[in-house]
Every structure is written in C-alpha cells, then in structure tokens.
Design a protein around this ligand. Sequence first.
Ligand SMILES: [Zn+2]
Length: 253
Amino acid sequence: MRPVITGAISLAIPLVALSDTGRHIVLMRDFPTLGDAIDHVTSDDHVMGDDWSVQIAHEAFGVLKSAFPNISHHRIRILHNPNYFAFTADGHHIFLTRTLLEICASIEMAAFVIAHEIAHHELGHVPAESEGVRGRLKLAMLSLRHRVWPFARARMEIEADQFAIDMCIRAGLSVGECLRIFQILEKRTLDKGGIESAFGSYEFYDTEMSSFERRWKIGLYLLRHANYPIRIRRILAERHARINSTNHDVFLN
Ligand SMILES: [Zn+2]
C-alpha cells in the first residue's frame, strides 16, 4: 500500500492523509508531524525485525553515524513496495522501499541513498516539524513552491546528491561504488522504456542553443518529470566527486 505522498502533503492543511486503498484516513491533527502520519498509514507495509533489508539499512546508516554522530535522530523505515523509491518527511523521517535496497546491491550504495535523504533534512528542504498551524502552513507553502517553480525541487535533488557525496567521502566510503547507483537506476529506467527520464532531452546537452531557450525548455521538461534526468544527476555527481565522468557540457538553470 503506497501512500499518496504528494496528496498527503497537499492535504496537510485539511489535516487528512490518505493511502492508496483509502483504508487509512487519519486526521493530521492527531499526529505531531506529517512524517508520523505517513509512518502510521504505511504501518501495514513496514518491514520488521531481522529482514536483510533492515540489516543493510542499519549497517549503512551505522557507517554514516560513525562519521556523523549527530545524525542519529533520523528515523529510517523500510517499506514493502514493488517500486524503488525513497522520500523524507518532517519529524526526521526517512522512508525507503525494500525494492530500492534490493537494487542498491552494496552497503556503499545504500549509504549514499540514505545520506541523500538525510541531506534533505540537513539542508532544510524538509521542515524539521510541522506541528501546529504555523508548521502545517510552512509545509503547504513548501509543497506549493515545488509545484509552481519546478527548478526549485529539481535543484534540491542535485544539492542533496552533492551533500551525500561529501558525507560518504567523510565516512570513508568508496565514492565510485556509492555513485554506481546512478548507473543501475539509469538501466532500470531504460528497461522500463523511460528514455527521457534516463537521459533527458537534447536541451540539456546542446551548447549551441541560447541559455534562455534551454532554460524554458528544461523548465517544460521538469514540469513533466519533476526531476532532472538520471544521466544529468550522474554527471553532476561524478563531477562533484571528481571522478571519471562523461564529458558532457550539461546545462542547469
Ligand atoms: Zn531526494
């Protein structure tokens, strides 16, 4: 059962969170944060105990915590879900699917994914908490900003990638192995026919085009996809990590 996260965020003000089946309709006012409400509505999907996915996440988080003891307050929850995705919510919540950990295939990649989600918290992309009317309003405003200005949300993903790379390096992890997740995601996306999601459109790479033209065309791409293509994220991540990268002159806003 996958919660309709964007719906839940949009509905933060009416104080309702919904799940796919509609079986879990909760009043947000009963929870101190949206993250706590999501944790509740996904309770049927929680992976518990000694499952390998919990252990991998625990080990990867442990490596990061040994370098950054101040991140211990983040709460990681693994969800049974056939799709691979991860997201954060206020209240220091981090949600990962078991399927995502399955494709990570190494502690380094799992640590990078977890570090990316921690980065959203540490960089203030997610409010620390949404308690009270003021907190809920802040959450709704953030959600609205992401919808109205697609560059803002997409830019946050790049920032989180770079923050996560720095964390992984400081934690003594092989950054090359951490970033292999982008190659895997790229292939998975292509396998599902998502050529645009994997590579983007030519405006990202075409240096002949004016920056004005590129900007609005990339804006249209982001309105459709809500994120930069995986290849662009990979190039920027590899460039940030100063490792062997395909030499594209990519364009961002
Ligand atoms: Zn992210």
